[in-house]
Design a protein around this ligand. Structure first.
Ligand code: PRP
Length: 209
């Protein structure tokens, strides 16, 4: 039996549908249960349910052989693990957003641009690559208000439907990356449990959208 870590939160419903399609239906409704360990009905997987930002650590440390994680979280944490499959669901974009009127242009490198984000590493690297000095404030959520109230010139965040930006009067200024759910695998387990991992990957491939 392999253990697969799954992120609770907005990705879990789509993950459950995908895993069921692949033949690994969980024994309980993952979005509703308060259990942290749930087996699959087929008995070949055990699901471990944790906060999205913690998911890669369990795989990196070998507590779970594999897992599903959003590319946004993987970009931020840069964990040491394998990322063999783009699962094609939970699609969103990592973007630089802000008020529609430019309050601090993105081609001026004289003073630091102020940025608020749940993804401070992604934000820092993006502005570094663009050659723009930045000061990045790490927030834990509701990032949009940082740009609305002037804490920051811009936010770096994920945009899925665009509703949150629209309802707060913000727009996308730059796209950083396309994100989606990824299969992640522990480096050692990929080799020591190669056959089981390969079988799992073959089943998941067949269920790709
Ligand atoms: C995420 C993200 C945006 C929103 C984007 O937040 O940080 O705020 O979703 O989605 P949309 O484009 O479909 O509106 P989340 O719902 O995870 O909540 P949080 O702000 O509390 O982190």
């Amino acid at each position: 039996m392999l253990r697969m870590v799954l992120p609770t939160g907005r990705i879990i419903k789509e993950a459950e549908i995908f895993l069921t399609r692949a033949g690994y239906a969980p024994a309980e409704n993952l979005a509703a249960t308060r259990k942290l360990l749930v087996p699959s009905k087929c008995g070949r997987l055990e699901y471990l349910l944790v906060k999205p930002v913690d998911a890669p650590l369990y795989v990196e440390q070998g507590v779970a052989e594999c897992g599903i994680s959003g590319k946004d979280v993987l970009m931020e944490l840069a964990p040491d693990l394998l990322e063999p499959l783009d699962l094609g669901f939970a699609k969103c974009r990592m973007a630089v957003a802000g008020r529609p009127a430019i309050v601090r242009s993105l081609d001026n490198t004289l003073s630091p641009v102020r940025v608020a984000s749940k993804f401070p590493r992604v934000a820092r690297l993006h502005f570094e690559k663009r050659g723009i000095p930045s000061v990045v404030f790490k927030l834990s959520g509701s990032v949009e208000i940082g740009a609305v109230l002037g804490l920051a010139h811009y936010i770096v965040d994920i945009v899925e439907t665009g509703t949150t930006l629209r309802e707060n009067g913000l727009v996308v200024h730059e796209e950083i990356a396309a994100c989606s759910a990824r299969l992640v695998v522990n480096r050692a387990a990929f080799y020591t449990q190669n056959e089981v991992v390969n079988n799992l990957m073959a089943d998941l491939r067949k269920a790709l959208p």
